[in-house]
Ligand binder design. Sequence first.
Ligand code: FES
Ligand SMILES: [Fe+2]
Length: 433
Amino acid sequence: MLSQEQNDLLTRVGPGTPGGEMLRRYWLPIALVQELPPQEGGDPPAPVPLRILGEDLVLFRDQQGRPGLIGIHCAHRGADLSYGRVEDGGLRCLYHGWLYDVHGRCLEQPGEPAGSTFYERVRQPSYACREAAGVFFACFGPGEPPLLPDYELFHVPDEHRWIHKYYHECSYLQGNEGNLDPTHPFFLHRFLSGSRSLQSRVPINDQRRTPAYDTRVHAPRVHAEEMPFGVRMYAFYDTSPEWTDVRTSCFVMPLTCAVGGGPVPPGDGYLMNWHVPIDDTHHWRFSMAFKRTGPIDRAHARERASITTADYRFPRNPNNRYLQDREEQKTDTFSGMGPIFVVHDSYATETAGPIQDRTREHLGAVDRGVSLERRMLLHAIRDVQEGRDPPHVMRRPEDNVQLEGLGVTEHRIPAGLTWPQYRREWAGDLAAR
Ligand code: FES
Ligand SMILES: [Fe+2]
């Protein structure tokens, strides 16, 4: 449970808000490269209007293919630059022809008197922007941006990666916190016995990861520890008298989770979900999965991408009550909302309200990861208020070398091992400690 003040600190993201200023210290995904593909000899792609952290922006490539992220409203009289023309080394406003480069510098002001230097004093807001792993990342902070964290998924070939984004009608924080508990899959995402036909028709919801385990009967043991990058969570499922299944997952500052799943077999990579605010009450989930040992199955990847419309929305959404089917709920799925996990997650996070009222919640033992995540975020806000870099903002290359294997693993261990024993004896492959 949080105070209203704490909840506001964590969920208000606009310019000048304490939480927004903290989020602006990090590199955040803002768009997929496929939305603004590099031109190969032809015309530059159409500029893309974006809203991120409550700011209206336009992402474009100049004729050299360089990406630029600048304010969408022209510094002259506010027309929308995303309708503009890419030409003459920048983006030209349709209204009176002012021209801006990828850094927001005004290059031309047709209509001003010959010899005028007014253009030198006009600047469009602009932000650092770069491409990595098929995604545009931007940093909205002041000064020199930090290093882009060196995640393992940046190091695999393109065919080993799968990337998509999804629109969510709620605060980024509750979207992210949806990744942070180890019990909801056994309810929310469960297929009912007798629903094998449904499962076999929908291979993207692989059941390999759900052990014969029922959280209505057994409580998982949950531990969370603070790491330099965020929080590592350990869930112990005492599956049989002989063994325990352990899964680890991570919260990565300030709005990402690394979890098992996605189109990747257990242990051969993992999924990172970035929940990036559009504004206080909407966000994009950027999902990026990678497989260490080989290419991701393309048919599988296409099928996962096809669950959204072309503009990355869900056909099942709050406006149609997620098309919940009470008959399906009797026979096939626990939720009655079809077989797609991210749709279930949308329901769970969006229906808590545009911004969940955390003054009225009651966190339990399974929510240790959530509690620690919030503590770290509140500390990070204070760091920024007091002029320090928050955790996981890295500026020295030597600090940015240990992010391979954030520590998303699965182990089957002998029953009865304690968490400290597990960490000592089994967790040797958890990097970034
Ligand atoms: S409003 Fe853009 S050039 Fe005048
Ligand atoms: Fe989920």
